[in-house]
Design a protein around this ligand. Structure first.
Ligand SMILES: Cc1ncc(COP(=O)(O)O)c(C=O)c1O
Length: 438
């Protein structure tokens, strides 16, 4: 069924549906372990959608959300920018060929060695939220460009991102700005994170207004260089209506923005939520009686200590989909993870058709805060990822890759030379792709 592979990405015909791709992977690999398919086209489309819906806001993918190497390489090839929380994340990007001017370091509480690393590679934009962090940076990295992380929460459903970090917009922010001035450090701008996910589009409006006012205040205080608003992350990845509502609110808030001010964001879940589909195997089954009612219990090979830890992090309710849907009668069921821990329950009291040991269950929208938090507890390793793309998606990807179109126009190159040039920019490019884009 696979037509060809580009690096680790399998390319399929347009008419092949996910469920058949999954069956193909199970069969080809004699698969028993849980695994993901990563639909690369979904990442490309999310990027394009963002760029056209919010052209004034430059997205920096928050790689903490899912540092999968294919995601990084695809976004890097589309010339995206990135948000990091640590030295390891910065290293991964540098090793993937991302230049340091496309990276921001947005963790407000940083280890010394990570700051030194940022300095060595030239990552300049760094978040802080208090005076002691300013002093630490002054000592290690006096040329850093400081962005003050503000404490603004949308109050809507999701994780409150201001519980741990953020300078209060009271006298605290004025004290902090005065301190930065006294220490002769560079103040670049202000950032916030409204909650993950943030379901209140107007909260972005409010956050941007606060930043605009603070920029005016900072300029009045003599920070002539201040020119950045960072609207953080929190944008959901699988709700187009909400995405466009947020885009509308953000665009409105930026309508009359002073053109000297740059606006950036740190979306994580937006990029990867719907691109990853998890596939789990039923390794055991047990039937219990709960009160008067019979309940079917299934034990699958991924759980709370693997991909489902986000059950405790405001994750949406997961919906199990049997890979082979027989449309049969539904029974009250419970799905357990694979470990011996009694809290390793993925979902309880759901109605699902009768399944057998050896059947597979599919879980959609599993891209954010799943793989990155998975452990090997009890000896069950995190699932492998199989990246896939369909031919039309591949063309979209290739067309989006910076440099390809330009190189195609240079007709005094021979085909081999063009291939080599393109390959330098992007390791995915092969003869097969060249044939597709001819
Ligand atoms: C500083 C920062 N930026 C961005 C993100 C990404 O948030 P989300 O995945 O909700 O877009 C996070 C998430 O923890 C974060 O801490």
């Amino acid at each position: 069924m696979t037509t060809f592979k580009i690096g680790n990405i399998s390319v399929y015909d347009d008419n092949i549906i996910d469920m058949n791709i999954i069956k193909n992977i199970i069969q080809d690999n004699n698969q028993e372990d849980a695994f993901y398919i990563l639909d690369v086209e979904s990442i490309v489309r999310q990027h394009q959608k963002w760029c056209s819906a919010m052209p004034k806001v430059s997205p920096h993918y928050a790689i903490k959300c899912n540092p999968d190497q294919t995601v990084i390489e695809v976004l890097a090839s589309l010339n995206s920018k990135f948000d990091c929380a640590s030295k390891q994340e910065m290293q991964q990007l540098i090793q993937s060929g991302v230049s340091s001017d496309r990276i921001i370091y947005s963790h407000p509480a940083k280890p010394h060695s990570h700051i030194k690393y940022a300095k060595n590679i030239g990552v300049k934009t760094i978040m802080i939220d208090n005076t002691l962090e300013v002093l630490k940076l002054k000592e290690i990295y006096p040329d850093a460009k400081l962005v003050i992380r503000l404490s603004i929460d949308s109050g809507s459903y999701g994780i409150d991102m201001s519980k741990k970090f953020g300078c209060e917009i009271t006298t605290e922010i004025i004290t902090l700005m005065n301190f930065i001035k006294k220490e002769k450090m560079f103040l670049q701008g202000f950032s916030f994170h409204l909650g993950s996910p943030c379901l209140d589009s107007n909260a972005f409006n409010r956050g941007i207004e606060i930043c605009k006012n603070l920029i005016n205040t900072a300029r009045d205080m003599g920070f002539d260089e201040v020119n950045l608003i960072d609207i953080g992350g929190g944008i959901p990845g699988n709700d187009d209506n909400l995405f466009y509502k947020i885009a509308k609110a953000v665009n409105k808030a930026l309508e009359n923005l002073d053109p000297s001010i740059e606006v950036i964001s740190e979306p994580g879940r937006y990029y990867v939520d719907s691109a990853f589909t998890l596939v789990t195997y039923i390794q055991s089954k047990r039937i219990i009686v709960d009160g008067e009612i019979m309940k079917k219990c299934y034990y699958i090979n991924d759980g709370i200590f693997g991909s489902f830890l986000d059950k405790f992090m405001a994750a949406p309710l997961r919906v199990p989909i049997p890979l082979c849907n027989n449309g049969g009668e539904l029974f009250k069921s419970k799905i357990w993870g694979p470990t011996c821990h009694p809290d390793d329950c993925v979902i309880d009291d759901i109605m699902i058709q009768d399944l057998s040991i050896g059947d597979w269950i599919v879980w959609q929208n599993m891209g954010s805060y799943t793989l990155c938090t998975a452990s090997s507890f009890n000896g069950f390793p995190p699932p492998a990822v199989y990246p896939i793309i369909r031919k039309t998606g591949l063309k979209t990807l290739i067309n989006g890759i910076n440099g390809v179109r330009k190189l195609k126009l240079i007709d005094n190159y021979g085909k081999e030379e063009i291939l080599e040039k393109i390959k330098e920019k992007n390791p995915f490019i092969t003869h097969e792709i060249l044939k597709l884009i001819e």
